[in-house]
Design a binder for this molecule. Sequence first.
Ligand code: HEC
Ligand code: HEC
Length: 236
Amino acid sequence: MNIIKVITVIVVLTMVTPLSAENTNTADSNSNSENTATPNADPSEATAAPAAPATAQEIASGVCAGCHNADGNSIIPANPILAGQHAEYLSKQLLDFKATENEPAKRNSPVMSAMVAALSQEDMKKLSEYYAKQKMVPSQVEADAKLLETGKILYHGGNIENGVPACASCHGPKGTGIPPRYPALAGQHAEYTHTQLSLFNTGDRANDGDVMQKVITRMSGSEKRAVSAYIASMRP
Ligand code: HEC
Ligand code: HEC
């Protein structure tokens, strides 16, 4: 079993690495052809990485960028924006994604478990500090005003009837979180947030010490959608 797991991880990793390498190549050749056409094009993206042991920035742009962008500002709504998130929270998540010989991963994500398999704790710490320092580019929202209003009421006041606590009490009135434990939410993609709320609800994400799971069981489907849309519209 373990050997199969290890092989799967290696296969996934080798599948993903050439993919991101390809992306970089395409970007480079694009900017190269742009360079010949327009002499003013900015060549900074083509700057070669220094030859040193893998820095956080090198891992981020070599391995993680395909899904989260090099600076952690994922533009794919299913993938979380990491830029500006608290380093302690990011570190905890990376550790939680990692399975050990004796224990399965605390946070279940086949994609991310494959990603962290080859990372040391030191790598995880460096990467988390790197993303925490990047400036967040918040999600661009086009939700209707009514949905946002419903979400806003829930976020700041909860739903007293059903015993849903205000998100603001743990994640802050501006959605900036309270380190080390409570993550920032403001500006996160609604699709990602909604997926997490559903995963907490079904128990497929259970690395929260039962805190979020308790909050979420009392929320309706439409409340989850509304609060996710509102969170995406918040600006840290
Ligand atoms: C193939 C796409 C892909 C790649 C490559 C990838 N990720 Fe992810 N990442 C995801 C997805 C999808 C999620 C959401 C997982 C879930 O909860 O189901 C995620 C979640 C995360 C989270 C949790 C964020 C939060 O707010 O809880 C962190 C941290 C993270 N990734 C860091 C990384 C790092 C560091 C790398 C590179 C070593 C990386 N990712 C590479 C797709 C990817
Ligand atoms: C009692 C405190 C508490 C309350 C109230 C609370 N949360 Fe959380 N929330 C947490 C904690 C703790 C975590 C981090 C869990 C972990 O370590 O993985 C979290 C994580 C999350 C995440 C995952 C973030 C990510 O990047 O993956 C989302 C989304 C979230 N909360 C949304 C909400 C919403 C929406 C509400 C209001 C309906 C809410 N929370 C209310 C404590 C709380």
